[in-house]
Design a protein around this ligand. Structure first.
Ligand code: AMP
Ligand code: MG
Length: 314
């Protein structure tokens, strides 16, 4: 007889600028975790805007100069990112990096740029200037100063990739957490649904306001609590409204999406956060994603398809 606890293999590791964990409950192959972790590190090496030799750094360095060859998976993620940028009317903008870099939220110490500094970099944000040549597997940014940032979508992509690898190796009970992008495979080892805590956006990490019960789904949250600082009573967080070049103010504190694809959920929660509840929920609906919104008045609003899966904690 197999003891399911003994066969749980888990690994915690840093990659994609965040803390990650993979737990496989029916894993009898010692190399499977290694394979999954290495895959995430490989994606990080290709997609990071901080690693000098990544596809993305190469693309950004050559902005306004020349197209650069990128790996096919980078190309595909750029294509999807541009599509979501279009569908969200630029609320999600894959070329937001110059503004993200200026603010440096989570990197610089309580820095608030001037209007002038913001306007100077804001003009470089325009997803339409990302030119993708599928035939040559190359990408190009039209102007010097433009830059791509996959921070709002790469974790979801990597989480889907880990799922693909685990399922291919016949794992039937596993949970993947890449910096809060959760992907569940099958059910828990006790045949119950997975229980995913939804972060309270006004509390420290690990404080949940609700529990979501899901099987075989991804649960992804974008919120004001992930990277932020507070100065003079105002919270400055890491989700930028590309239209004004400042942390988005859309009367939301967080958006959680539940659907099949983590890459889609990742991009959509970032987009929906910027768009606000009405336009955000429309966009989520287009992709059959269910959602939980937390408003700045601390109201919790869940889409109909999720109501029976959600428990609100006191
Ligand atoms: P997430 O936590 O998935 O909502 O992603 C936030 C990260 O995505 C930030 O740290 C930035 O790197 C990037 N980002 C911020 N604002 C936007 C935006 N409007 N569109 C696309 N990416 C963004
Ligand atoms: Mg995102």
């Amino acid at each position: 007889m197999v003891n399911i606890k003994e066969s749980c293999k888990h690994r915690q590791f840093e990659a994609l600028g965040t803390f990650n964990e993979i737990r496989i409950y029916d894993c009898f192959d010692d190399t499977l975790l290694e394979k999954a972790v290495n895959r995430v590190l490989e994606i990080d090496d290709r997609m990071s805007a901080f690693k000098k030799y990544s596809d993305i750094s190469n693309l950004n360095r050559n902005a306004g100069i020349k197209p650069v060859k990128v790996h096919s998976e980078t190309l595909n993620l750029l294509i999807l990112s541009k599509k979501i940028s279009e569908l969200s009317g630029g609320a999600f903008d894959i070329t937001v990096r110059p503004v993200v870099e200026l603010w440096g939220i989570g990197r610089k110490y309580n820095f608030i740029p001037t209007k002038r500094e913001i306007n100077k970099v804001k003009k470089y944000v325009n997803y339409k200037d990302l030119i993708i040549d599928e035939k040559n597997s190359s990408a190009y940014l039209k102007k010097v100063g433009e830059a791509v940032d996959l921070g709002g979508i790469a974790k979801g992509y990597a989480a889907d990739e880990v799922k693909r690898i685990l399922v291919q190796e016949e794992a039937t009970s596993a949970i993947i957490n890449l910096g809060g992008n959760i992907v569940t495979i099958g059910e828990r080892p006790d045949s119950m649904q997975w229980c995913i805590g939804i972060q309270n956006p006004t509390a420290v990490t690990g404080n949940y306001f609700g529990l979501l019960y899901v099987s075989d789904k991804t649960v992804v949250t974008s919120g004001v609590n992930e990277r932020f600082f507070i100065k003079d009573g105002i919270r400055y967080h890491h989700i930028i409204d590309p239209r004004c070049g400042k942390p988005a103010k859309s009367s939301l504190l967080s958006v959680t999406a539940v659907c099949e694809s983590s890459v889609i959920a990742d991009a959509l929660t970032t987009a929906a956060f910027v768009l606000g509840i009405q336009r955000g929920s429309k966009l989520l609906q287009e992709f059959d994603a269910e959602a939980v919104f937390v408003t700045d008045e601390l109201n919790v609003i869940a889409t109909n398809g999720l109501k029976s899966n959600l428990t609100i904690l006191n």
